[in-house]
Design a protein around this ligand. Structure first.
Ligand code: FES
Length: 99
């Protein structure tokens, strides 16, 4: 948000709604040394919520790009974790073929 004099007003912008992590907290984590999405996740919990980062991961990547001044392509995607319990492979594979 900007004032009439075009000065940026610091405000709390929610980046990760699931874990209630703000832009300021993520920028602080990056400035403290978190250089990857996973590192930001470990420091702030952004991406650990119910949606598992579907909403906030791209926003976190954008903030890392801004803070570190690197192209988005250089930011590694977050690591995928395997399910805790054994699952049938058919549950994981998208079924595009009509039966
Ligand atoms: S918005 Fe971040 S985990 Fe859902």
């Amino acid at each position: 948000m900007y004032t009439l004099k075009n000065e940026r007003i610091e405000q709390e912008v929610m980046i990760c709604r699931c874990e209630e992590v703000t832009e300021q907290e993520i920028r602080a984590a990056i400035r403290a040394g978190a250089r990857t999405i996973d590192a930001v996740k470990r420091l702030t919990r952004a991406g650990m919520g119910l949606c598992q980062g579907r909403t906030c991961t791209s926003l976190v990547a954008s903030l890392i790009r801004e803070e570190m001044r690197v192209p988005l392509e250089e930011i590694l995607p977050p690591k995928k974790r395997l399910p805790i319990r054994p699952l049938e492979i058919s549950l994981l594979v998208q079924q595009d073929v009509e039966e």
